[in-house]
Design a protein around this ligand. Structure first.
Ligand SMILES: NC(=O)C1=CN([C@@H]2O[C@H](COP(=O)(O)OP(=O)(O)OC[C@H]3O[C@@H](n4cnc5c(N)ncnc54)[C@H](O)[C@@H]3O)[C@@H](O)[C@H]2O)C=CC1
Ligand SMILES: O=C(O)CCC(=O)C(=O)O
Length: 409
């Protein structure tokens, strides 16, 4: 099974409950537009570097296409299609006036210099500039990209369209970005974790956590949970993992990562592996790195009592069934990590209005939207006796379906 098939499987589970006809299901599941471009740059060595970039625009019934750009060696058309579809359901679930898109470049950003990354980003923007823009499609950061990459996109896009900060979100705060966007996804994961634990009669302070991935999402999630008294017993990145039964000192860990650029070598815990981290006996397991992490075998070995999907698509459908059968609740990606796109929406609004919101307002509004969406989803799941994932898709599909019906074809 490939990524888009997995996302479509989750879509189908909820679409059946909604009683949608085959034609409407096809309309909702099929991407609107898919672009694949060759991106050729000169490498620092003087050699030519050939890369392939993608942008998939899934659905725009509720507003402009919206979604991140990923720089990673696994990026391909199918992954972009799957992630674009997830963005449609994510923006609808938290009721943003956007559709869904996703894209990226098949490359290893850890092997590119800053100058090479800039040339790659500018050339990719040049290739797709006619399909993006503030009322068409608004990219944002995802794995392997950050505020600097977004600044280059804004600058390159401006060469074609004039000064247009709302063409991309997740920009540096000094360059029309929003306060709170960098931390927004992790901040949201911590809020959602607090809410689900509350529903289960538990607290962040009384729970242990293992977190896979220590990039933007994983590290901010860890910090916000630690601030609320969480015992973080294990974290990992692409190079390895660290474990401390008594709880890691997160401030110390951050000091180590700031210098070493990786978790490996941190003295405040024992070295361990990603595989061990995923099967540790913790209260809450938070995948915050790649997709496709949990297959059936791993799902059977997981000992956590709750999973909060900070990463996109970490769970294959057969693993989802195992978690369900084992009574392990899974908070789905399209809600758990929606804080990022919520604050992207605030950034877009601020850019369109040439106005700046303070951080407190951004965080307050992010929290309100997430808390409302969480309890709405949780209540649907409870009432209909379905998983939180199916309830989330159910709510999102009904909103997108209604928009299509009202707009007409
Ligand atoms: N950046 C954002 O605002 C949002 C990101 N997401 C999702 O969150 C996930 C992480 O994204 P970011 O934190 O932005 O990426 P990032 O590039 O900042 O960090 C990725 C982290 O994952 C680690 N990693 C990579 N391969 C790994 C492996 N095999 N095992 C363990 N760790 C591994 C990397 O070393 C790094 O620590 C992705 O699934 C992304 O789609 C979702 C919503 C918004
Ligand atoms: O902030 C955004 O527009 C999208 C972030 C993203 O790619 C995601 O939520 O998966």
């Amino acid at each position: 099974m490939q990524a888009f098939e997995a996302t479509s499987h989750y879509f189908d589970q909820a679409a059946k409950l909604l009683g949608l006809s085959e034609n409407i299901r096809t309309l909702l599941v099929t991407p609107d537009r898919e672009v694949r471009v060759e991106v050729v740059i000169e490498l620092d060595s003087g050699q030519i570097g050939n890369f392939i970039g993608y942008r998939v625009q899934h659905d725009n019934a509720r507003g402009p296409f919206k979604g991140g750009l990923r720089y990673h060696p696994h990026v391909d058309q199918d992954e972009a299609r799957s992630l674009a579809s997830l963005m449609t359901w994510k923006t609808a679930l938290v009721d943003l006036p956007f559709g869904g898109a996703k894209g990226g470049i098949n490359c290893d950003p850890t092997k590119l210099s800053r100058a090479e990354t800039e040339r790659l980003t500018r050339r990719f923007t040049e290739k797709i500039h006619d399909m993006i823009g503030p009322v068409k499609d608004i990219p944002a950061p995802d794995m392997g990209t950050d505020a600097q990459v977004m600044a280059w996109i804004m600058n390159e896009y401006g060469k074609f369209a004039g000064f247009t900060p709302a063409c991309v979100t997740g920009k540096p705060v000094e360059l029309h970005g929003s306060p709170g966007r960098e931390a927004a996804t992790g901040y949201g994961v911590a809020i959602i974790t607090r809410e689900i634990l509350g529903r289960l009669g538990r607290t962040i302070g009384g729970s242990t956590f293992a977190i896979q991935g220590y990039g933007n999402v994983g590290s901010y999630t860890t910090r916000f949970l630690a601030e609320q008294g969480a015992k973080i017993v294990a974290v990992s990145d692409a190079y390895g993992a660290v474990f401390n039964r008594e709880g890691l000192d997160v401030a110390e860990l951050d000091r180590h990562v700031a210098i070493a650029r990786k978790i490996v070598g941190f003295k405040g815990g024992e070295a361990t592996t990603n595989e061990q981290l995923l099967t540790m006996p913790v209260d809450v397991l938070i995948p915050a790195a790649l997709g496709g992490v949990f297959d059936k075998t791993l799902a059977e070995a997981v000992q956590a009592k709750l999973i909060v999907e900070a990463a996109n698509s970490p769970t294959w459908p057969e693993a989802d069934e195992v978690f369900n059968a084992r009574g392990i609740p899974v908070v789905p990606d399209i809600l758990a990590n929606a804080g990022g796109v919520i604050v992207s929406y605030f950034e877009w609004v601020q850019n369109l209005q040439n106005f700046r919101w303070p951080l407190e307002q951004v965080q307050r509004e992010e929290e309100r939207r997430l808390v409302d969406a969480f309890h709405e989803m949780y209540d649907i799941a409870h009432r209909k006796n379905i998983t939180m994932r199916t309830a989330a898709f159910y709510r999102a599909i009904s909103r997108v379906g209604r928009a299509h019906a009202l707009a007409g074809i």
